[in-house]
Design a protein. Structure first.
Ligand code: DQA
Length: 143
């Protein structure tokens, strides 16, 4: 069983960017956390990060025939991207949306999630732990 873990714009600046909201740990710490979560669950995985909407669409498309499920934090594209929503619908793989922060208690413009409309679950406000929850949820969903 293989998962694609996809991270959107500015997540490469974790640690530096708004640490009060996103925490003090950097992106490589997040990748290590995701790696150990997947290994503990006995899952194959590939981790991606891009700041570009079209590249995120390409990565989602490449999951077709190459992954069994998707964990995605579309970051700011959550609130704008119908292209990412359509890509998730197109490949039709089970996908879980993750947000480090609790977007539901933030600004009005963060209250809509387009990619979330194609996801079977959303995990928000749990920091890095949210990725582990998403990975474990997908594992049991796929079994
Ligand atoms: C985020 C929440 C988004 O609203 C924001 O634009 C991000 C990160 C999160 O992980 O909490 O870049 O997806």
């Amino acid at each position: 069983m293989k998962l694609f873990i996809i991270n959107g714009p500015n997540l490469n600046l974790l640690g530096l960017r708004e640490p009060d909201i996103y925490g003090k740990e950097d992106y490589s710490a997040l990748c290590s956390f995701i790696e150990s979560s997947c290994r503990e669950a006995g899952l194959e995985y590939k981790i991606f990060q891009s700041n570009h909407e079209g590249e995120l669409v390409d990565i989602i498309q490449s999951a077709y025939n190459n992954a069994d499920g998707i964990v995605i934090n579309p970051a700011a594209y959550t609130h704008t991207s119908i292209a990412i929503l359509d890509a998730l619908k197109a490949v039709n793989l089970p996908a879980v949306e993750v947000h480090l922060s609790d977007i539901s208690s933030r600004e009005d413009f963060r209250q809509i999630s387009y990619p979330g409309m194609a996801c079977i679950k959303t995990v928000k406000g749990m920091g890095f732990e949210g990725y582990r929850q998403a990975i474990l949820f997908l594992k049991s969903y796929l079994e």
